[in-house]
Design a protein. Structure first.
Length: 301
């Protein structure tokens, strides 16, 4: 250990002495990066100061019309699943209005300490048969908080951004979320992206604290990604360099990467290359929870 410390100190001094500031971030990051990728590891999400488990329990597999495979299992099955995740150290809950999962999560966490959980949800901004958006975020976030029985939502995202114009299209939602953030109703804001242009904008936009990004080791639309593997990888590296928190989704290609070796390869690529702060997986059973945690524990830096 003493050798490692002195080596780190040597690198810092050498960089300062040589004036090689352009190289310093990469070297320092490499030296200080964690070598554990366990799902139960507590990590800090970007520059938000928010701490969460590296693995989030997704609640929206095949989500639509305020329902999902998770909620369609019923309250008892949902309760068993999420309590098992919690028992295994998963403190990060990934929700959305689209999934209808707020009341289900509320029933699980209502008797547990609030500071033990990171709650993330998403606003659907477009009018559908099941929702008539206010055009802003105040009405939605107030409803979300009531549905969850909490005063503060840790992260609130604008859901499913499909083009690079989202900052202008949803300016009022952004403004409202910023005000809610100032008041403490939400702690961090951002977007979930389903388009490469939207992702590129989010990677650099000053308003964005956190990005939900589709990433696995395959790339392309066949595996539910917004571009080639090289394209998305480059954008996520930029986002993290810019201090954005990145949560990876579609790690298993929305159910297309099901073989053990496929899952392992995707986790190794996404986590091993440090493209994300955390990942969300829509685990539907306690067996899937255990399997994902076991595979994450085998990832090497």
């Amino acid at each position: 250990m003493s050798h490692q410390v002195s080596r780190r100190e040597f690198i810092h001094k050498a960089l300062a002495g040589a004036g090689a500031l352009a190289l310093a971030p990469a070297l320092v990051y490499s030296e200080s990066a964690t070598v554990s990728f366990k799902g139960s590891d507590v990590v800090t999400l970007g520059r938000t100061g928010i701490k969460a488990s590296r693995l989030a329990q997704g609640t929206g597999y095949n989500g639509y019309n305020r329902s999902s495979e998770h909620t369609r299992q019923g309250k008892a099955a949902f309760d068993r699943l999420v309590r098992h995740s919690i028992d295994q150290g998963i403190s990060f809950m990934d929700m959305a209005d689209l999934y209808g999962s707020h009341p289900f999560v509320k029933d699980v966490i209502k008797d547990l300490p609030r500071d033990k959980f990171t709650l993330l949800s998403k606003i659907w901004p477009r009018k559908e048969d099941w929702v008539s958006p206010s055009g802003g975020a105040v009405e939605e976030v107030d409803r979300f908080r009531k549905e969850l029985g909490v005063e503060t939502i840790d992260v609130c995202l604008i859901h499913c951004m499909g083009d690079a114009k989202w900052p202008e299209t949803h300016e009022r939602i952004r403004d409202d979320l910023s005000k809610l953030k100032e008041k403490g109703a939400v702690r961090a804001v951002g977007v979930s992206c389903h388009d490469l242009g939207a992702l590129k904008v989010a990677a650099s936009h000053p308003w964005v604290d956190l990005i939900f990004a589709r990433i696995n080791n395959k790339g392309g639309s066949d595996y539910m990604m917004d571009g080639s593997l090289a394209e998305v990888t480059e954008v996520l590296k930029l986002a993290r360099k810019n201090g954005k928190a990145v949560v990876g989704m579609k790690i298993f290609g929305a159910g297309k990467l099901v073989k053990p070796e496929e899952k392992d390869a995707s986790l190794q690529y996404v986590l091993g290359n440090q493209l994300v702060d955390a990942i969300t997986v829509g685990m539907l059973s306690t067996e899937q929870v255990d399997d994902t945690l076991e595979r994450m524990g085998k990832v090497k830096a």
